[in-house]
Design a protein around this ligand. Sequence first.
Ligand SMILES: *Cc1c(COP(=O)(O)O)cnc(C)c1O
Length: 415
Amino acid sequence: MLNYKNLSEQDGEVMAIVQRETVRQVEEMELIASENYVSKAILEAMATVLTNKYSEGFPGHRYYGGNQFVDEVETIAVERAKKLFSAEHVNVQPLSGSPANAAVYMAFLKPGDKVLGLRLDHGGHLSHGHPVNFSGMLYDFTQYEVDITTGQINMEKVREIALREKPKMIVAGYSAYSREIEWQKFKEIADEVGAFTFADIAHTAGLIAAREMNNPTPIFDVVSTTTHKTLRGPRGAMIMCKEQFAKQVDRAVFPGMQGGPHDHITAAKAVCFGEALQPGFKIYAKQVIANAKLMAEEFIKLGYKIISGGTDNHLMVVDMTSKGLSGKEAEIILDKCGISVSRSTIPNDPNPPMNPSGVRFGTPAITTRGMKQEEIKKIVVWINAAIEQREEPEMLENIKKQVKNMCLEFPIPSI
Ligand SMILES: *Cc1c(COP(=O)(O)O)cnc(C)c1O
């Protein structure tokens, strides 16, 4: 762990909270699909004096003096990201996934333009056209869905909608979808109707970087991703695109959307991309997927329904209604056992979004701790026991103890 000597001396109130959160992370199990643990090196990069700098502009073209070293670190981040995703152009300045998507839309569209995106309750993201989000307010989104029987995206249906709506852009890439995406088919449909192709790989970027899932970057016009999910870097995002769109994408990020980049986070992104280029990261990504596949199989054996029937990536959405409870109730019960999960809608969910029918499980964080097949089997047994015997407080207490013991055996890398 970093030495927090000054923080504890100066502000015990904040330090005490950080300490409690540290203990929570150490002793509890993280199955939220969008979370992960950064390395010590990444944590240190985020805690550098680069946070003191203003650097509006891009390497070699800044609106402030004294940027020679920030230029160097941003250039390294860009070059590593290009290599990692076989990208022609990369902008590493977006502050997070949603602002990155705002910049992508700004770069390619005018307010009111027609766009296709997956419905939120079918696995899409708020920033893919939901009415409460800027994307749904500013652009004219039509939402496509997953097939109700297969739980998968039906490309013929997507094509029908595209031919009917004639969108200017098609968005693919999701937050709660467990299957490989047919990037090439999306591209063919987009070409047929003259639409731009936008892949949002926020969730799967690490698996794609490791080439354990198909990479849309060489196929699509523009790709956005967060850096803090399976990619296992600092909280942030980036945009990759074909060289021909480089200028408009850069201009949309700055001055379009943002002011100064967060240079300490840029440094941490560079370290993250460096880690992801190492052979060990491929082993990690393979294990994330193997763990998720096994977890889905074990759930199915116990009678749980998985949306789409399984997983090709790091996550799965489990329909809890067959066990007589909602996703929110399952989330609360598992919280009592020291297991963090996120409730999730299922396609055409009869229940409201605050109390949906599903739970989303993910393996990126526990795989970073080093958990493998043997642990996955135990974890699913505990989850099932907690759900089936949810009325028995001693049972939940007992599971919490076992969860804690396992977590203590698998330390978090930065602690
Ligand atoms: C997580 C996610 C985002 C948003 O990222 P934030 O950093 O939370 O703004 C965007 N798109 C998809 C598909 C995501 O899963």
